[in-house]
Design a protein. Sequence first.
Length: 252
Amino acid sequence: MSTPTLAVWKFASCDGCQLTLLDCQDELLTLADQVRIATFAEASSTMIGGPYDVSLVEGSITTAADERRIHEIREQSGVLVTIGACATAGGVQALRNLADIEEFTSVVYARPEYIDTLATSTPIAAHVEVDYQLQGCPIDRGQLLDTLAALLVGRKPRLPAKTVCTECKNRGVTCVVVADGIPCLGPVTHASCGALCPSFHRGCYGCFGPAATPNTAALLPVLRRDGMSDDAVDRVFSTFNVTTFAAERDDT
């Protein structure tokens, strides 16, 4: 039986999710004994051609070249897993989708005519079939390792559809909304962070994007009751997962 191959790819992103993989340290050494890491530019200049058993893809599609490259990667990958908010939702850079890209480039760049970009920043799934998605900004290292381990032994990864509120209850974290009136996106946010912010007495910021069936309409009046203005509500939904949260709010 041949050694499975793993490839890690980057598109428009900050590299934070790839750094999460590198931060696994001891586990990554164990992983390296089980797979052949064919391509991972963040860690090595070695580039081995496909096909690849598993590809991890970080980043959003923002150029025509990106569009072509993701199709090539999909064709060479047995399983394709998107990692992080950029790859699963377009990322913070998807704020461009709500504005005029020509105006942005004229303000930011001295020679905007040299900039070759699409008008939108879109998730990988908008262009090719994606097998699994790991949400977050950045992703959770435990969920990443569990997903890779599952794929290596041929089982389906465990990607729960619960919310951050569920994680708070599992950890015994007191609800910051009920106890202290702190605005929190936990009721509508996908779990997997371990309720990090509420455990430090702060409201959830929605890093992991909307849950499978978020009741955003019910949460909005609670946020306003707890002191958020309409502008503040707009801002808190316009961060890591602006496009997916915007879609949920439009549905309400």
